[in-house]
Design a binder for this molecule. Structure first.
Ligand SMILES: *Cc1c(COP(=O)(O)O)cnc(C)c1O
Length: 386
């Protein structure tokens, strides 16, 4: 193992963030307080949505959004095969059915044609996942939603900030969930946000994120607060904290800078990998802008003597950490067995999955590191050409 190992991901940290966290700790607001409110307001303005509701994770956000649209046992929700298990598990919380469909071979985003084929009288919603930060074909999905009276609840865990036809992700569907998990483009360790223009969804999610307490439950220990509150439903404990918000506010203020730092890495990788017959890269459709959350290469396995697992091992030997996004849902024992999923029903996912490798991309990745990472890719592929 080389002395220096390039981690697959490292969070961005600056002195301002450290100072802000220390100041928050000294302020006594360790859980939900003024910083969370400020972050919600700044995030809402940045995205251009009517409401923003901060929560403890994307998973919490999605649970609340599906609760707010009144998802019921037996309802069906259409999701893509290539995503994280969170996208599917939240549907199972309701004893509803995740209907897993195939993806587009180029962007790996949910395929609108596969979505339409999967719609039944029980379909209640679609959860598009903006894979790696590249927005899904939203117009086609919005047309389907209108035609079949479905809700669109977006998985924007990767997509901050991303744009579809100059509209920001977070303003298109009925409601959108963001993740602030440590690896995500805006990170606070753990955290999430719902954005929506729908007042009912925003209100219900705000109440349910903190025990179902009617309103401003977090204020009850302040001067303006009162000891009296009413519980209107058995809610959850999904609130965001001021310590997390201190980190998130700084990341939000730096969002453009962090984005261009990721773009710098992506542009460099693109320039090195273009026109190499041993791999394919994902090109961004002209009408969209990505957050550059992931940089995914697709190995041309037919031209190689090694498989993806061997490739990742060789990258590791050269000191470069890689990952895979994602193991298709139908391959996991739970979904495969419970919903009797046949891999043959997902030909695109099947042909793409075994080729996918995610390379390091983050603002603090140095030029030297990105050169080493891309050189390693080229050397390994060239040495292992069939
Ligand atoms: C990270 C991720 C999630 C889950 O986000 P959490 O904030 O960790 O709950 C959901 N969907 C996708 C596509 C993700 O990558």
């Amino acid at each position: 193992m080389p002395a220096e190992f390039i981690q697959f991901h490292k969070p961005h940290l600056d002195q301002k963030t450290i100072d802000s966290v220390v100041e928050t700790l000294k302020s006594g607001w360790w859980t939900t307080g003024p910083k969370v409110l400020k972050f919600e307001e700044e995030f809402r303005k940045f995205v251009g949505a009517k409401y923003a509701v901060a929560v403890s994770s994307w998973t919490a956000a999605a649970h609340l959004m599906l609760e707010a649209i009144n998802l019921k046992e037996g309802d069906e929700v259409i999701i893509p095969s290539i995503t994280f298990t969170a996208t599917a598990e939240i549907i199972c919380y309701f004893n509803a059915v995740p209907v897993i469909v195939d993806v587009d071979p180029f962007t790996l985003n949910i395929d609108p044609k596969a979505v339409e084929k999967a719609i039944t009288s029980k379909t209640k919603a679609i959860i598009p996942v903006h894979y790696g930060g590249i927005p899904c074909e939203m117009d086609q999905l919005l047309i389907l939603a209108e035609k079949y009276n479905l809700k669109i609840i977006e998985d924007a865990a990767h997509a901050f900030p991303s744009y579809y036809k100059n509209r920001m992700i977070g303003t298109l569907g009925d409601a959108t969930g963001f993740s602030f998990y440590v690896t995500k483009p805006l990170a606070s360790g753990e955290g999430g946000m719902i954005t929506t223009d729908n007042e009912e969804i925003a209100k219900r999610a705000s109440v349910m994120r903190l025990h179902g307490i009617d309103k401003d439950g977090w204020k009850r220990y302040t001067k303006e607060g009162s000891w009296y509150y009413e519980v209107i439903a058995p809610g959850f404990k999904y609130n965001f904290t001021d310590i997390q918000a201190a980190i998130a506010i700084n990341q939000l203020m730096e969002a453009e800078k962090l984005l261009s730092a990721r773009k710098h890495v992506s542009d460099y990788y693109d320039s090195v990998f273009a026109n190499n017959e041993l791999l394919d890269i994902i090109s961004i459709p002209d009408d969209r802008k990505t957050s550059y959350h992931l940089y995914v290469i697709k190995l041309n396995l037919d031209a190689l003597k090694i498989d993806r697992a061997e490739f990742i091992e060789l990258m590791k030997e050269r000191g470069v950490g890689c990952s895979v996004h994602f193991i298709p849902l139908y391959k996991h024992p739970y979904y495969r067995d419970k919903f009797k999923l046949d891999p043959g029903k997902f030909p695109v996912s099947e042909s793409q999955y075994s080729r996918l490798v995610s390379l390091p991309i983050y603002p603090d990745l140095s030029d030297r590191e990105m050169h080493h990472s891309s050189n390693s890719v080229i050397e390994i592929l060239t040495e292992n050409r069939r």
